[in-house]
Design a protein around this ligand. Structure first.
Ligand SMILES: [Ca+2]
Length: 421
């Protein structure tokens, strides 16, 4: 009886729970608990979340590889285009290209121009120009140098004697092998000369005196004197009193390029002919008179005392500080014009005695086209020929000096050229 009562109360409880919370779920739970089976595999824990996180990790190492090739061309392209169009490929080439472009124009001219003097390696750069003409010159000029046939003339009684030089070719400048030469005697150039006349001698003090008397031109006092280690201006020195004795047969000194220009213009007006200072090319043509060597007489400087008036032992007795040849030429200062033998064309004192003004503006290199008009505003003028105050090397045919056109010097004079109609 008691068991029956217990069953009845259990059944009653179940019915009541069904009513309150849903019979189906309760029945399912009851069945599950009785059978031990499970349908829960379809719910929460089966998700693959742990498998996703390792997947992106292997990605990062491989990422830079595809990125690099695309970014580097993008960076180099604009540089190559704007700076140097010619060198596209590597960044290194792009960076260095602007430097090389900037350097090349400056670097090109300097080697052939500046270094010829002593470095044997640089001879090769000049040899094509030098080796060719040097041997050719003597025979060429020898063919046009019949000394006795050269015509000489004066355009007036007091005018300088002029010698008409033959047309011909010659090589201006000195080879790298010439002793004592300077870099500005390069590059050598072969020139064709038309006929012209050049003064047989330097303009003398007597001729200058006549010019000043006739024109009223005055070459001012104040004359530069070579002291061996620099120039000293002698304020009271002038062409009449240069600081050493002269006669009217000596070359005039202490005259500037501008003074000489005035003399040439006066003589041109006086004669109706075209007188002027010789061009550098004309001066050297006349000095060489067919000789391709350093001096017209084809000898080394040791022999200069027999040929020309340079700084010598006579001078050292008067001016002990001046470098000089050890031989004696007999003249401490200027010599009367024509004291030494003329060259093959009958022209005197192209080597030594006084340094001679020429018409050209100074150029650091030999002018390759001497007929080109000179710059209008040049202040430095070329000078040629050495002088009584300088050793023989300055008297070489190719030696080039320069000075301001207003300077006057105790060893500076000039001679004239005349154009032939
Ligand atoms: Ca002398």
């Amino acid at each position: 009886m008691r068991l029956l009562t217990l069953l009845r109360s259990l059944a009653f409880t179940l019915i009541a729970m069904c009513v309150l919370s849903g019979c189906q779920q309760i029945l399912n739970r009851l069945a599950d608990s009785l059978t031990g089976s499970s349908n829960q595999t379809a719910s929460a824990p089966a998700q693959p979340a742990p498998a996703l996180s390792p997947a992106p990790e292997p990605g990062p190492p491989s990422e830079p590889a595809p990125v690099l090739p695309t970014t580097s061309p993008a960076q180099t392209a604009p540089q190559a285009g704007t700076q140097v169009q010619a060198s596209p490929p590597t960044p290194a080439a792009v960076n260095t290209a602007p430097k090389t472009v900037a350097q090349t124009p400056a670097a090109k001219p300097s080697p052939p121009v500046q270094e010829p003097a002593k470095a044997p390696s640089t001879r090769t750069s000049e040899s094509p120009q030098m080796a060719k003409p040097a041997p050719a010159a003597p025979s060429e000029v020898a063919a046009v140098a019949p000394q006795k046939a050269l015509r000489s003339f004066r355009d007036c009684a007091d005018c300088p004697l002029m010698i008409q030089l033959p047309a011909g070719t010659f090589v201006m400048g000195s080879p790298a092998t010439e002793k004592g030469r300077d870099a500005d005697e390069s590059p050598m150039v072969k020139l064709s000369m038309t006929t012209f006349a050049i003064g047989q001698t330097e303009i003398t003090r007597g001729q200058w005196r006549a010019f000043e008397a006739e024109t009223g031109h005055r070459a001012a006092a104040g004359c530069l004197n070579w002291e061996g280690d620099g120039y000293n201006k002698l304020p009271n020195a002038d062409w009449q009193n240069p600081g050493y004795p002269q006669t009217d047969q000596h070359p005039v000194v202490c005259v500037s390029w501008l003074d000489a220009q005035a003399y040439a213009e006066w003589l041109s007006r006086k004669t109706g002919q075209r007188y002027r200072l010789p061009k550098e090319s004309e001066w050297e043509y006349a000095a060489r008179s067919g000789s391709p060597s350093a001096y017209a007489w084809k000898e080394e400087p040791q022999g200069i005392c027999a040929q020309a008036n340079a700084a010598d032992a006579s001078l050292v007795q008067q001016r002990p500080r001046l470098p000089a040849q050890s031989c004696k030429d007999g003249f401490a200062f200027t010599a009367p014009v024509g004291s030494f033998a003329p060259n093959a064309w009958g022209v005197y004192d192209m080597h030594g005695n006084v340094m001679e003004w020429v018409g050209d503006c100074w150029q650091a290199q030999l002018p390759q086209n001497p007929d080109q008009a000179a710059p209008l505003n040049c202040r430095s003028r070329s000078m040629r020929g050495g002088g009584w105050d300088l050793p023989a090397t300055f008297a070489r045919s190719a030696y080039r000096g320069k000075a301001s056109e207003g300077n006057r010097g105790t060893a500076t004079g000039f001679r004239l050229a005349r154009e032939m109609p």
